[in-house]
Design a protein around this ligand. Structure first.
Ligand SMILES: Nc1ncnc2c1ncn2[C@@H]1O[C@H](COP(=O)(O)OP(=O)(O)O)[C@@H](O)[C@H]1O
Ligand SMILES: [Mg+2]
Length: 588
């Protein structure tokens, strides 16, 4: 599929409107030849020949045509506007749906601002094309042809003479469009880049402030801003260069008419009325010639934009759900990794991972930063596909499972918590919007979030800002945990979920989790040994490999990496004492 065909597939739905609009445009173009024709008659028959009785009728005709043209013009503009807004609506939602389908690998490489500019600026170029460019170009081509035709009926020699201008215009239009295309592409690229820059800086505003990098960012912005301005100026210079050419060409027509036409009137080859008539058609020839450059710009703009939108749209996600037809079933939660390796950008991220867990067991994963812990979980959720080896859930390769059903069965509290700008209740209930408030509260109690939420001015109705501004790291983590718990998943993944909470809170959460552990397989990624010590299986990771695996006791007995980490972290933590004292007011 080419970008243009793709675009036409949207327009197809508005075929009736487009046909109606085009038909009205045709009628208007045809009506445009009437008034100059009548003017010619007025000059020849009324003024020169003196048949004054014809005048009122002619004037009524003139007015009627003008009125009809105005009405039609109004109606077809409405029609084209409806078609263009409709096309845009469909295109925007189709592209948006595709954006939701795209996988992690897609978003790792894309800049948000760039994606946004495709949904805004580029879409607007498309709207402009459907709502304006299509009919204007069509109408002017018709006007031009009709005018030529009428001039031919007046006098062939005069018409041929005026036609000599045409090849020059065609040449100028062709050259302009060729020159302007790369300039327009660069324009759009600079616009995207500027957008992306601004978006990143607004999102990362707190970092900029914390590092007092305002001046640096201002300078970088000036550079981006300057690049956009220069690109715009360069494109304008190209078309401005052609403006005088088109002007001269259109004036050449007037000059030809006045000199050669005047000469023909004097010689009696045409009447004065004919000259007036042709003069009346002149604007119909002139306008398309003069505006050709503009429309070429508009069309180029449209082509560039549709290509950009389509290139995002046509990027297929590598992770795809097999055509199973939407399965909804509860999984048991058995997980097995069979010689799993994952490479990205020619780099081994994880290598030869093998382990297996029964449903309802708990797995602790520990290891240094960048060891590949989160990647394992991403592979389990199938955010990426393995390069080699298999990830099996309930004995089935995840690649053969319904993607949405798989993820529906997994509750994940991600390492970098993302909260939507919504109420706290809305955020917790994100995975199950139809659940009761009591369920939300229960999940919050299990995540040890209930007491601080209740202490907020609006309680569960408190709106958390974008990304949860106004909450501490630990509070955000607990809301994210509650969100994962509320899903009642078969597999629960806690990726560094308790790193920002104090030991006391963490051990409380662990006690709470014990309650659900029978019904659900739990993966806990943590740095503190205390978080994973009781797990049925502990994976110790380093450099993308599992270097040790087993239970706490077996690993301590092995006296390797884990045992060393255990001895370093333990001893000074009064772990068991903390479990006793918990907050009373949770009512849990
Ligand atoms: N899709 C990917 N493309 C490129 N690099 C990746 C990708 N996923 C993970 N990595 C890299 O792999 C390493 C391990 O990442 P991660 O699994 O997040 O580590 P951990 O969670 O153990 O801290 C990191 O260096 C990370 O940058
Ligand atoms: Mg991680």
């Amino acid at each position: 599929m080419t970008p243009l065909k793709w675009f036409l597939s949207f327009l197809k739905k508005y075929r009736p409107q487009m046909i109606l609009g085009i038909a009205m445009t045709t009628v208007i173009a045809a009506l445009s030849i009437v008034n100059p024709y009548l003017s010619g008659i007025i000059v020849d028959d009324v003024i020169t020949a003196g048949s004054y009785s014809m005048l009122p009728g002619l004037i009524v005709c003139l007015l009627a045509v003008t009125l009809l043209t105005s009405i039609l013009r109004f109606v077809y503009q409405v029609v084209f506007e409806i078609a263009s807004q409709g096309t845009l609506y469909d295109m925007r939602s189709r592209v948006y749906r595709k954006l939701l389908e795209e996988d992690f690998a897609f978003y790792n490489k894309k800049r948000t601002g760039d994606l946004m500019s495709r949904q805004t600026g580029d879409m607007d170029a498309v709207r402009h094309f459907v709502a304006y460019v299509i009919y204007v170009v069509y109408q002017n081509v018709l006007l031009f042809l009709f005018a030529l035709l009428m001039i031919f009926t007046v006098n062939v020699k005069l018409a041929l003479c005026m036609l000599t201008v045409l090849p020059f215009t065609a040449l100028a239009t062709y050259r302009q469009s060729r020159e302007v295309k790369p300039a327009f592409r660069r324009n759009r690229e600079c616009f995207s880049s500027l957008n992306a820059f601004v978006q990143e800086n607004i999102s990362g505003n707190r970092v900029v402030k914390a590092f007092a990098k305002e001046d640096y960012e201002k300078e970088k912005f000036q550079a981006e801003n300057g690049r956009f301005r220069d690109a715009q100026l360069k494109a304008s210079r190209i078309w401005m260069k052609y403006v005088p050419v088109f002007e001269i060409l259109s004036y050449a027509l007037t000059v030809i008419l006045m000199l050669y036409g005047g000469y023909m009137v004097i010689r009696g080859e045409i009447t004065l009325g004919d000259l007036v008539k042709v003069n009346g058609y002149l604007w119909m020839l002139n306008m398309p010639l003069r505006m050709a450059g503009w429309w070429v710009n508009d069309i180029q703009n449209f082509v560039t934009s549709i290509e950009k939108i389509y290139s995002t749209y046509s990027e297929e996600p590598k992770v795809r759900t097999p055509r199973t037809g939407g399965i909804h079933e509860k999984l048991k939660g058995e997980v097995e990794f069979r010689n799993v390796s994952y490479r990205a950008d020619d780099e081994d991220i994880v290598t030869d991972i093998s382990f297996s867990v029964k449903a309802g067991q708990t797995v602790g994963i520990i290891g240094s930063t960048g060891a590949g812990k989160s990647t394992l979980m991403n592979l389990l959720c199938r955010f990426y596909d393995t390069t080699s080896g298999q990830v099996l859930v309930d004995g089935q390769d995840v690649r053969h499972m319904d993607l949405y059903n798989l993820r529906d069965n997994i509750g994940m509290a991600m390492q970098d918590v993302f909260l939507f700008s919504d109420t706290i209740e809305g955020n917790i209930a994100y995975g199950r919007p139809d659940c009761s408030f009591e369920e939300v509260r229960r999940a919050a109690i299990m995540a040890d979030a209930n007491h601080f939420i209740k202490a907020m001015p609006d309680g569960y109705d408190t709106i958390v800002g974008e990304r949860g501004v106004g909450l501490s790291g630990g509070q955000k983590q607990r809301i994210s945990l509650a969100r994962a718990l509320l899903k009642d998943p078969s597999i629960l993944i806690l990726d560094d979920t308790t790193s920002a909470v104090d030991m006391e809170t963490e051990s409380y959460i662990q006690t709470q989790l014990k309650a659900i552990q029978k019904s659900c397989t739990v993966f806990v990624i943590a740095y503190r040994i205390s978080s994973i010590k009781d797990a049925d299986l502990i994976l110790v990771m380093d450099g993308g490999r599992i270097i040790e695996q087993g239970t706490h006791d077996s690993l301590v007995a092995r006296n390797g990496y884990y045992a060393r980490a255990f001895r370093n972290q333990y001893g000074e933590i009064p772990y068991d004492l903390l479990r006793e004292k918990r907050r009373k007011h949770d009512g849990a």
